[in-house]
Design a protein around this ligand. Structure first.
Ligand code: ADP
Ligand code: MG
Length: 312
């Protein structure tokens, strides 16, 4: 009979207390019964280490409990990241602050503590394409999960799809939806598509509910505040009501600078250029490398046009 089953019998006074464990196998069973699976799994290694390093009882217990705590925390973070739908890759640590001087490292460090989420404040990241808005908000989302907050990441169109499906849902059920319930909702790419009246109202419902509840919402956008009515069915009043709730005690990061995507494209093209140059030294009459450079500036212009890059 497993210890988990016999514990109830002991508690009821039906069985005598088990003798102190002499065998690792019995100790492992006790750990599993207490739901300490990582300590149970690591027991052989810990016992081996304890003999090798001549640990006393306190050191052994400490090592065992630390192993369990660390593994449980890793598991919690991994699960929370999976259900948050945060894209993988971007972190605050791998953001190149030198490339984007309009982003303050110390401000990001402050945001990384999660105090703004504890206080239910909002966050707006505004700027043209490629400047790192999504990267930063994803990095902050990860930090928030590590700090213990629940997070959910949506592209605006995914959120809209979900909101339309739930449009007729009973308010008592609606509050359990992830976009209502989590500590931090991230909405990426507001402003790239216009919302019709129904969509604008559904968007307001989320912003309003979260604001009233004191939960944080983070939004990335290429649109300056003045253009928000044009995204929200040309409804100035509704846009005002949304902005009022979003920006009350919010942090606004207005990122102005070069597109990182173009920096990467530039680097690739320069690499191609040097390969072409090397080839041209052996092949008479080959294309001049300026062709590749020309493409870079065309793309740069196109991308600059794509975002209106208005200041707030
Ligand atoms: P935006 O959301 O502003 O359009 P992204 O955050 O999607 O821009 O950035 C575009 C790409 O460039 C992403 O792959 C992102 O990881 C990378 N990137 C942007 N800015 C930086 C930066 N300063 N340091 C490192 N990578 C960056
Ligand atoms: Mg983006």
């Amino acid at each position: 009979m497993k210890i988990a089953q016999t514990r109830k019998l002991h508690a009821a006074g039906i069985l005598p207390k088990p003798a102190p464990a002499q065998e690792p196998e019995a100790l492992r069973e006790r750990l599993e019964a207490l739901r300490l699976p990582f300590a149970a799994e690591g027991l052989d290694g810990l016992l081996h280490e304890s003999v090798k390093q001549d640990w006393n009882v306190t050191a052994f217990l400490d090592a065992m409990l630390r192993l369990e705590l660390e593994r449980q925390e890793e598991r919690r973070v991994a699960q929370a990241i999976r259900i948050s739908h945060l894209p993988t890759g971007p972190t605050i640590s791998n953001f190149d602050f030198a490339f984007q001087p309009s982003v303050s490292r110390s401000q990001l460090q402050t945001l990384s503590t999660g105090q703004w989420i504890r206080e239910g404040q909002g966050l707006l990241l505004q700027g043209p394409p490629g400047v790192g808005k999504t990267h930063l908000v994803v990095g902050l989302g990860l930090r928030a999960i590590e700090t213990g907050f629940s997070v959910s990441f949506y592209h605006l169109d995914e959120l809209m799809h979900q909101l339309k499906k739930d449009a007729q849902l009973d308010p008592a059920k609606l509050k359990y939806r992830k976009y209502m319930a989590v500590n931090l909702v991230i909405i990426d790419e507001f402003g790239y598509q216009q919302l019709d009246r129904e969509e604008s109202n559904l968007f307001f419902r989320v912003v309003n509910y979260r604001y009233a509840k004191g939960s944080s919402t983070a939004i990335t956008t290429n649109k300056g505040i003045a253009s928000w009515p044009s995204v929200l069915a040309d409804d100035e009043v509704l846009a005002g009501a949304i902005l009022d709730r979003l920006l009350h005690r919010a942090t606004v990061l207005n990122i102005q600078g070069r597109s990182y995507r173009l920096k990467e494209l530039d680097a690739q093209l320069q690499e191609q250029t040097s390969t072409t140059t090397a080839d041209s030294q052996t092949t008479a009459g080959s294309q001049e490398p300026a062709t590749a450079r020309g493409q870079t500036s065309v793309s740069a212009d196109r991308l600059a046009e794509a975002g209106d890059g208005e200041a707030l």
